[in-house]
Design a binder for this molecule. Structure first.
Ligand SMILES: Cc1ncc(COP(=O)(O)O)c(C=O)c1O
Length: 388
């Protein structure tokens, strides 16, 4: 059976070049990067090369890159590394649970948190962030790109608000890395987290940019790895994979591959809007990463559509992978003001570098007919059929 994977915001396949770069670090080069002998020096050099590649992708110094186990750890390290009881933190209602649940935990630990809203295009207003500031605000944490809608937040303006108030600014860049250029100096953020598996490196590795001079309370205690910011023997193969993926991502951005992907995404959207009635794009009109579109198909349960499409060989998602299966509609779409039934009728299509034009044709072939079949079974749709 032909299988097409359009759920690259959940995770991406490791690219063959990335796999090839990692392979020797499972065998030939096995040393502990902290060992002073030959074996350790080999892996130490590989880790430092990868650090340079990640720094080049983010526009920072290699010494400002802390390797982590992924996006969740990077977000947690930024938040818990800075905020302490009595501090105030500003975040948004559309953050990934790695940030939202960290903020909930902060509240339980004696911090105050303000959750700024978004408009109907999924955009945070930097003025709302400014208005949320208090004398004890320590940190603003607002994502760069939303994982469900792909909408890019005005992070440069938010960084200005933070700088004027002398408040730290962390951005979850997990869904932006490799999809749009990131330059932490131009953005003006103090911390930015990325995750390997969203950019064709393996699962379980990531990095946190920490601006020079930022003192973080570590979350793990142990050796002095990662300049005492993250104890624990380095995941050398994973880090090597992340470094290679960062190099490939930079080259792809420079070549304009991502702009081409944006054109493919737009064609998918336009074709589906034309072929299916009572459909629309969530986050339309806002700047978005080029691989993502989130569309509603009214009168349908998104979960049912995901299952029906999966049976035909197309993998898509109703939202954040970690909350799939939850009965509650997506917190992101609800925060944008979507009616609960429309939020439940929404699907996310997210492209990756491995997708081909044939994959796109396949998806465009199966989605309209599957929506039509499910709508035939929908009493609400049939009751209002006269108005279609
Ligand atoms: C925006 C965002 N932040 C954080 C994460 C968590 O990253 P990881 O899976 O590497 O822990 C994800 C993963 O879905 C994400 O989309």
């Amino acid at each position: 059976m032909r299988r097409v994977y359009f759920d690259n915001n959940a995770t991406t396949p490791v690219l063959p070049e990335v796999f090839e770069a990692m392979q020797p670090y499972f065998g030939e080069y096995f040393g502990n990067a902290s060992s002073i002998h030959h074996h350790g020096q080999e892996t130490r050099a590989a880790v430092e090369r990868a650090r340079e590649s990640v720094a080049a992708l983010l526009g920072c110094r290699p010494s400002e890159v802390v390797f982590t186990s992924g996006g969740t750890e990077g977000d947690n390290l930024a938040i818990f590394g800075l905020a302490q009881a009595g501090d105030h933190v500003v975040t948004s209602t559309i953050e990934h649970h790695a940030v939202l649940n960290s903020c909930k935990h902060l509240e339980a630990a004696g911090c105050e948190v303000t959750y700024v809203p978004v408009d109907d295009r999924c955009l945070v207003d930097p003025d709302d962030v400014r208005r949320a500031l208090r004398p004890n605000t320590k940190l603003i944490t607002i994502m760069m790109a939303n994982n469900e809608t792909g909408v890019l937040q005005p992070v440069e303006e938010i960084a200005k608000v933070a700088a004027e108030a002398d408040v730290y600014f962390h951005s979850d860049g997990v869904q932006a890395a490799g999809k749009v250029p990131i330059d932490v100096m131009r953005i003006g953020c103090d911390l930015l987290s990325i995750s390997g598996h969203k950019m064709h490196a393996p699962q379980g590795v990531g990095a946190l940019y920490v601006r020079k001079g930022t003192i973080l309370q570590p979350m793990l205690y142990g050796g002095s790895h990662e300049r005492s910011r993250r104890a624990g023997t380095e995941n050398v193969p994973g880090i090597v994979g992340l470094g290679k993926a960062a190099e490939l991502a930079r080259e792809a951005l420079e070549r304009g591959d991502l702009a081409k992907m944006g054109a493919v995404r737009d064609r998918i959207q336009q074709t589906l809007l034309g072929a299916v009635e009572a459909t629309g794009v969530n986050g339309d009109g806002a700047p978005r990463v080029p691989n993502t579109t989130n569309m509603y198909f009214d009168y349908i349960e998104g979960e049912a559509l995901v299952i029906a499409l999966d049976l035909k060989g197309l993998a898509v998602s109703t939202g954040a992978a970690c909350s799939s299966g939850a009965i509650e509609p997506s917190h992101v779409l609800t925060a944008m003001g979507l009616r609960p039934d429309r939020a439940r009728a929404s699907l996310r299509f997210s492209l990756g570098k491995q997708n081909t034009p044939e994959d796109v044709e396949f998806a465009l072939g199966v989605v309209p007919s599957t929506v039509a079949r499910l709508r035939e079974l929908s009493p609400v749709y049939n009751k209002t059929a006269v108005s279609h």
